[in-house]
Design a protein around this ligand. Structure first.
Ligand code: SF4
Ligand code: SF4
Length: 344
């Protein structure tokens, strides 16, 4: 099993699969990451590194598709009880991501995206850090060394305008303390002015999510988003932040066709936007509501993820774009996706 799969196939299997089981007495050699955003929101997770690739996986002491074997002297992984990766390392995160200080500025969201687990987390999992505290932790991370970038995300707390203000508060402080830092932001915006304000405050990279390129799915899964409007914001963001400095999540696994996904990638690439193809994580928190609204969902297969990521790479190359122009957020992190030009 192990020898016949390429590292990219193994990473795709990891991304599409369930948690990694760890032994009851598992003690990682460093602090565990507990994500409040992204595909692993809510669960303790570890970053597995092998063959130059890395993947962040939720861990469970009870059960899992994968099982972590060995100990600090050397780890390996099984998949469905069979050898899968015979040598891997565990990597620490700085904050949420290896080498990035990535913070979620707020979780109580006024939006209601069906796939979102972030806003449904129990209070004990949420980390509502004060903005000044976030700033302090970023400075501390920089002092420790090894920080490649700063990234900020947030749910929509109160209003979009107030949330953008919160981003700006942190960005300005970080920019003034760390003039050379790369700062990436993932806000919801409601005007071109919001985009200008974020850039002016000192952000270098921006992610404005369309989530899906299928208007039917957006209307059901993210009813507060309007695709044409999001595309206008992205187009404008490229004029402000530059080509290859603007990104957007395209979630797959909500019933869209491959053709629709690739049309979305082509549309975004033609604007100078470098999308992230993100496999939907279905879990006990979001499954009932997702399937009630969208019908039975086919899980994303590793083959589909590889195919769409490879096609995305070709489309990006045609437009002279690459993920390597990003120093922050998911293209730089690579833990949750097959990232063109980095993983494949
Ligand atoms: S905007 Fe949507 S995806 Fe983001 S936190 Fe709110 S509900 Fe979740
Ligand atoms: S790829 Fe993105 S969502 Fe996943 S751990 Fe890295 S920064 Fe977080």
């Amino acid at each position: 099993m192990e020898a016949s799969l390429s590292p990219v196939q193994k990473k795709a299997i990891l991304i599409c699969g369930g948690p990694v089981k760890v032994s009851a007495d598992f003690r990682p050699p460093f602090r565990l990451s507990r994500s409040t955003a992204g595909p692993g929101a809510g669960s303790a997770s570890i970053v597995l590194a092998f063959d130059g690739l890395r993947a962040k996986k939720a861990i469970s002491r009870e059960s899992g598709d994968f099982e972590l074997m060995g100990g600090v002297e050397g780890y390996s992984l099984t998949w469905q009880g069979k050898p899968f990766i015979d040598a891997l390392e565990l990597r620490p995160v700085l904050y949420h991501s290896p080498e990035q200080a990535f913070f979620n500025l707020g979780q109580e969201c006024i939006f209601d995206c069906l796939f979102c687990t972030s806003r449904k987390l129990n209070k004990d999992v949420t980390k509502s850090l004060e903005l000044d505290k976030v700033f302090e932790l970023i400075i501390e991370a920089e002092r420790k060394g090894g920080m490649k970038g700063v990234a900020l995300t947030s749910a929509v707390v109160g209003s979009i305008h107030e949330t953008v203000d919160r981003f700006i508060y942190v960005i300005e402080k970080v920019r003034s303390a760390l003039p050379d830092a790369s700062i990436g932001v993932e806000p919801y915006v409601e005007s071109y002015e919001d985009i200008d304000r974020l850039r002016l405050a000192g952000a270098n990279e921006i992610k404005i999510n369309i989530e899906s390129f299928d208007p039917r799915i957006i209307a059901i899964a993210c009813p507060k988003l309007q695709l044409p409007r999001q595309l206008d914001f992205l187009r404008y963001a490229v004029t402000v932040f530059g080509r290859g400095k603007v990104t957007s999540n395209l979630i797959i696994g909500m019933g869209e066709t491959d053709r629709n996904v690739l049309e979305g990638v082509m549309t975004l690439a033609a604007m100078g936007v470098v999308p992230t193809i993100r496999a939907l994580k279905i879990n006990e928190t979001n499954r009932p509501v997702l399937e009630e609204a969208l019908g039975k969902l086919e899980p994303v297969t590793p083959e589909r993820l590889i195919h769409l990521s490879q096609e995305t790479k070709i489309i990006l190359a045609t437009h002279g774009l690459t993920t390597r122009t990003f120093d922050t957020m998911c293209h730089e992190c690579t833990c949750c996706d097959l990232v063109p030009f980095r993983d494949l």
